[in-house]
Every structure is written in structure tokens, then in C-alpha cells.
Design a protein around this ligand. Structure first.
Ligand code: SAH
Length: 348
């Protein structure tokens, strides 16, 4: 595979063009063209420059292969990478704008029992420029430009564990939030982790004040181990301490994802245990009814149970919301689209 030009920051593009003996304004032209989602072959620079770039770099690292639109307006994208690997992303429409959910790896090796992304393990990490290109491609597809972006918020909640691909993800975040580019404020970015504690602590020192989100899904380590293998490595107490550090350093409150699974974590004793765990902490809880995954035998709760759980948290002073399960008619949950595409197109 060739290199990815979208990996480079503007400063790095300036050095690249200088080293090639080109005039400095070319770096700006290349950068702006790429940020508008253009292929190298469509950049507004001399043909000789495009040819020199194409000899080393992928023309288009991420192409949109299929788009599915849900009744609720949620759009699901199947992307193809230059090496033929497939990843997926979702765009959800809200009153304040459009939120894009991006993938950070092809597959995932965290092994959560309820998640389709992990079914085939991790194939490879995405580079910073590949992750960014998911956003650039969709912004362009939706008719957005750099001045009038169609994508206003980004969540790293697609396939992959962002902190299992730390360097690329941090570089992606720097390029995503940089002035002059697509320039999405860190405040409008959420990163979800299954709780890789050392990386969470390191990230607190990166100076990227985004919304740190941790997939909790359980109230004790013992229960968490049933659905999340990573719980064998890090305890909930260590996760809470790392979240505390994040708050100290960034002033940002943190968020817990809690998927309501029938017969597992959704009754009143669990709601009370969750309150006891989180009471007094500067955090928010995002509840969601588990999106059933065909390959797994776990079910989400019904709406009434979910509402009762929400009420139990709110009435005890825990900030919480129950997220609407969006795009479930188009395989909205992580990894479902890629998994179903791969099974339909597998050789047997
Ligand atoms: N690896 C990261 C981010 C990807 S998953 C993480 O673990 O946080 C984004 C969120 O969706 C996580 O909270 C994950 O636990 C949750 N999730 C995965 N499969 C789901 C499903 N079938 N239904 C509901 N939530 C799911």
C-alpha cells in the first residue's frame, strides 16, 4: 500500500513541498483540496506535482462504497480502503447538526460479547489520514465544504478501540481540530474507550479537551468480566481514578456508556448500584438499549425497563440520558454493516 497524504498536518505538507522545491503556496492548495475531500488527482496543482504525489501516495484512501438511509434519516456508510478492507461509519441528524461516528480500526480485538465489530478480530489499525478521510469523504458527499461543514460533531464510536491505536488516533484528533482544516472543535468530539487505563491517563496530558466516554456496561468487575474481557485487565476502580485525572487536567466531565441488556444489568438493584458507584462524580451516563446482534445471544431491554432505569438514575441525582436507538433498521450498531456485507460476499 502507498502512503496516505491525509496523514500529514499542514506544517508537514509545508516541509514536503519545500523539500520538493515547490513554492510555499502549493502546500496550502494541497491542504485545502484534501480537506475538501478531493482526490490527489483532482487537486488544483500542476499535473507534474499530482504525478509526483501519486507515485508515493494513495489517490483516495477512503471511498464510499454503499450508503444506506434509515427511516429516521440516519445514514450508514460502507467505506472501502485502498487495500480493499471495508469499514463503516454512521451519520446521525440532530437539531444542532450532523454527528458522524467513525471507525478507528478494521475490526477490533477487545472481544466484547455484545459487539459485532469484534467478531472477526482486529485486521489492522487505520492511519490518522484514513480516519480523517472518513469525515472528509462524508462531508463532501453531503454537499459540505470547509466553510459550511455538513459534519459538525464527530464520535469515535465505530469499529475499533481508539486507545488500541493510540498514536494514529491522537494524530487524527490533532488534524481534525486544526485551524484551516475541517476544524471541528474538540468540544464537539467524543472518544469512547472500553477502558484502557494507561492510555486514558496518557491522553489526559495531550491537551485535547474532548468528551471522554467510557464503556462501563456493568456495576461490578465480576459482572463486567462476563461481557467485556478487558475487565480482566483493569478494574472499575482504576477506570474511575483515570476519569478523575482526566477531569482534573481538562476540566471536562466524563461520560459512561451503559447498554441495557435484558437479564444482565438493567434491573433496579443495578440502577442503585450504578448510582452508588457514580454519585458525586462529575459525570454523565448515556443509556442505550442494547442493539441485538444476530451473532450474539444478548438482547436489549424493552422501552419501559429502560425508562424506569433512567428515572431511577435521575431521581437519585445522576445526570443521564436514554439515547434513541437510531438506524436500527439499517444495522446501526457497531460492526453490523461490515459483518453482514462480509457474510453476504464471502466466497462460500
Ligand atoms: N471500542 C470503543 C468504541 C467503540 S463502541 C468502546 O468500547 O467504547 C461504541 C459504543 O457502542 C461502546 O459503548 C460499545 O460498548 C457500544 N456497543 C457495541 N455494541 C453494541 C450493541 N450491540 N448495542 C449497544 N451498544 C453497543
Amino acid at each position: 500500500m502507498k502512503k496516505i497524504l491525509q496523514d500529514l498536518s499542514y506544517a508537514e505538507l509545508v516541509s514536503l513541498t519545500a523539500a520538493a522545491g515547490e513554492k510555499p503556496f502549493r502546500a496550502r492548495q494541497i491542504f485545502e483540496g484534501l480537506m475538501q475531500g478531493k482526490k490527489i488527482s483532482a487537486l488544483p496543482v500542476p499535473a507534474s506535482m499530482r504525478a509526483a504525489l501519486l507515485a508515493e501516495y494513495e489517490d483516495e484512501p477512503v471511498t464510499i462504497k454503499e450508503v444506506f438511509t434509515s427511516k429516521d434519516g440516519t445514514r450508514k456508510f460502507l467505506f472501502e480502503l485502498a487495500d480493499g478492507n471495508l469499514i463503516e461509519g454512521v451519520v446521525m441528524q440532530y437539531q444542532y447538526g450532523n454527528t458522524q461516528c467513525v471507525s478507528t480500526q478494521v475490526g477490533c480485538r477487545m472481544g466484547c460479547k455484545f459487539c459485532a465489530s469484534t467478531l472477526g478480530g482486529r485486521i489492522r489499525d487505520l492511519t490518522a489520514g484514513e480516519i480523517l478521510s472518513e469525515v472528509l469523504a462524508v462531508n463532501r458527499f453531503l454537499g459540505g465544504s470547509l466553510k459550511e461543514r455538513q459534519i459538525t460533531n464527530v464520535v469515535l464510536m465505530g469499529s475499533g478501540e481508539p486507545f488500541d491505536n493510540y498514536e494514529n488516533v491522537v494524530k487524527f484528533l490533532r488534524n481534525l481540530t486544526a485551524e484551516g482544516g475541517i476544524c471541528i472543535s474538540a468540544r464537539n468530539v467524543s472518544l469512547s474507550t472500553c477502558g484502557l487505563v494507561p492510555a486514558m491517563k496518557k491522553f489526559a496530558g495531550e491537551g485535547i479537551p474532548l468528551n471522554l466516554t467510557v464503556s462501563l456496561h456493568a456495576v461490578t468487575d465480576e459482572e463486567r468480566r462476563r461481557t467485556m474481557p478487558i475487565a480482566n485487565k483493569y478494574s472499575i476502580a482504576e477506570i474511575l481514578a483515570a476519569c478523575g485525572e482526566y477531569f482534573e487536567k481538562t476540566g471536562r466531565r466524563y461520560i459512561f456508556e451503559y447498554s441495557l441488556i435484558e437479564g444482565e444489568n438493567a434491573d433496579m438493584p443495578h440502577a442503585e448500584a450504578l448510582v452508588a458507584l457514580l454519585k458525586g462524580r462529575p459525570c454523565h451516563v448515556n443509556l442505550i438499549r442494547l442493539n441485538p446482534v444476530k451473532e450474539r445471544n444478548l438482547k436489549g431491554t424493552d422501552e419501559r425497563t429502560a425508562q424506569a432505569f433512567l428515572k431511577a438514575l435521575l431521581s437519585r441525582g445522576i445526570s443521564a440520558t436514554l439515547r434513541r436507538s437510531m438506524g436500527s433498521d439499517i444495522g446501526g450498531a457497531c460492526g453490523q454493516l461490515r459483518a453482514s456485507y462480509l457474510s453476504k460476499h464471502s466466497p462460500d
